[in-house]
Ligand binder design. Structure first.
Ligand code: AMP
Ligand code: MG
Length: 484
């Protein structure tokens, strides 16, 4: 059995050639075993359950084989990390196996954790099981929420161990992306003065992802414009679900505006605008409420890297589209969350005052919006989320008035709101339970349960009601190491 017909897999990066990448033989895991595969991601590649269960897939997914005759490729990039330019990064532990032509588009398959590359710097090229499980779960959860993201296809483990703060089991992830090109991929060539290569890379992305712009005089400007708006829209979606990425360095920003490189991310439990999920982010640069501004900062860095292709006036013009794209998308998403059919001028105030009360009252973000779907019939259940329930009752008066301005019967509004307010999100403690079971007992059933649940987070799953709950006491002080 072969996984893909030869005509369906190829390596588009060959078009660019070195020095955009280096060929690297993967260093496979010993005694490989499958931890999990995502049936939903596999569909993108038309891989059947039988193929996923085959030895051929196991060898590929654990880095023990690759598509002959194409050795995997690690790409070079640089980027701004916490605001500081780092001249050489690159795929230090990731390598592209090739791109698969699927029924609805092409997906680049990347191994993460299959050994060192010329860009590994001091790293061992490996990934630990816990961070691999987190990335895998979160990519699939974000997809379930309808947020642009890379996908997780599989996790394999083996007998190899790696040293972090302690010795931990190694794992290999296969992730899928429409493109793994990052803002930092452009910065690398720009800061090395290789402007011809910046152009080559821009034209490569345009040809593959914006073919309508091919041959246009202003294609580089319009390409930037599309990246800027896609980034703004992606971040608006993050804000609407309470997601904090944690490491919004420019090397972790996808050129297509897909969420990529899940590290110490976090979904907020209690609403706290200043929430910082990454414990090494001491100054809170990537706090929840700063993400929109950081997104623009990153687009600025990308614009600078394209300054040999686009004149400064046009760069500014492209960047000016960030704010309206972000605000419009967020306003639309928040209106849907509140069950407002059309937007009115004062809706921003209504939302802001709700968020401010939620912050004051340590209200769980996801629970609040989900319960709000049952306004006005279950108001006491909503009010009890507030330390001071009267704060909610006061806001509810304004909300009730606002709802009266529209003609939308409660049952229909409620049904629509339930499609905008997820019941289940990947709370940190849920991921932690799945990781503990996987590492300590080689029991992967919790990963499976979460993958299934989070694929349809807006639906009721009565048998898994407890997965919607706030964190239990043991998880209150859960600290997220950014080592991975
Ligand atoms: P990250 O913060 O995970 O986005 O990683 C930043 C850079 O460090 C990227 O260039 C990674 O490829 C590289 N890196 C992170 N961990 C490792 C590792 N264990 N081995 C090699 N390179 C790594
Ligand atoms: Mg990264």
């Amino acid at each position: 059995m072969s996984l893909f017909p030869a005509a369906n897999i190829y390596q588009p990066l060959h078009q660019l050639g070195e020095p955009f990448y280096s060929e690297v033989p993967p260093q496979g895991l010993r005694n490989p075993a499958l931890v999990h595969t995502s049936a939903s991601a596999a569909e993108l590649l038309q891989l059947s359950p039988q193929q996923l269960a085959s030895d051929e897939f196991l060898h590929l997914a654990s880095g023990n084989s690759y598509f002959q005759p194409c050795p995997p490729l690690a790409t070079v990039y640089s980027g701004h990390q916490f605001g500081v330019y780092v001249p050489q990064l690159g795929d230090g532990r990731a390598m592209s196996l090739g791109t698969v032509k699927g029924p609805d588009g092409e997906w680049e398959m990347q191994l993460k954790g299959a050994g060192q590359t010329p860009y590994s710097r001091f790293g061992d090229g490996r990934a630990v099981m816990r961070s691999t499980i987190r990335e895998y779960l979160c990519s699939e959860a974000m997809h379930g929420l309808g947020i642009a993201t890379t996908r997780g296809l599989s996790i394999t483990t083996g007998s190899d161990k790696v040293q972090r703060e302690t010795v931990e089991p190694a794992a290999v992830l296969i992730r899928l992306a429409r493109s793994h090109v990052r803002f930092g991929s452009f910065e690398f060539f720009h800061y090395n003065g290789q402007h011809q290569r910046v152009k080559q890379l821009a034209d490569y992305v345009i040809e593959r992802h914006h073919p309508g712009l091919l041959g246009e005089q202003d294609r580089h400007y319009r390409f930037l414009e599309r990246t800027v708006t896609a980034t703004a829209e992606m971040i608006a979606h993050w804000q609407a679900v309470g997601f904090t990425h944690g490491v919004m360095n420019t090397d972790n920003m996808s050129i297509l505006g897909d969420t990529i490189d899940y590290g110490p991310f976090g979904f907020m439990d209690d609403y706290q605008p200043g929430f910082v999920c990454n414990h090494s982010d001491e100054r809170g640069r990537y706090a929840f409420s700063r993400q929109p501004a950081i997104g623009l900062w990153n687009c600025n860095a990308l614009a600078h890297a394209l300054s040999s292709l686009v004149d400064s006036e046009q760069l500014t013009q492209a960047l000016q589209q960030y704010e309206p794209a972000f605000l419009d998308t967020l306003a639309e998403l928040m209106a849907a969350k509140l069950g407002l059919k059309e937007q009115h001028t004062n809706d921003g105030q209504l939302i802001d005052s709700l968020l401010a009360t939620m912050a004051d009252n340590s209200v769980d973000y996801t629970l609040l919006f989900r319960r709000l779907c049952d306004f006005d019939s279950e108001n006491e259940k909503i009010a009890e989320l507030f330390n001071n329930p009267d704060d909610f009752r006061k806001w509810a008066q304004d909300y009730r008035q606002r709802l009266q301005q529209q003609d939308w019967p409660q049952p229909q509004r409620c049904a629509a709101m339930k499609k905008a307010n997820p019941k289940y999100i990947l709370r940190n403690y849920l991921a932690e339970v799945a990781i503990r079971k996987a590492e300590d007992e080689q029991d992967y059933s919790e990963i499976d349960r979460l993958i299934t649940l989070l694929a349809s987070p807006f639906d009721e799953h009565p048998e898994l009601e407890q997965y919607a709950a706030q964190p239990p006491e043991w998880a209150q002080g859960l600290s997220l190491s950014c080592s991975s």
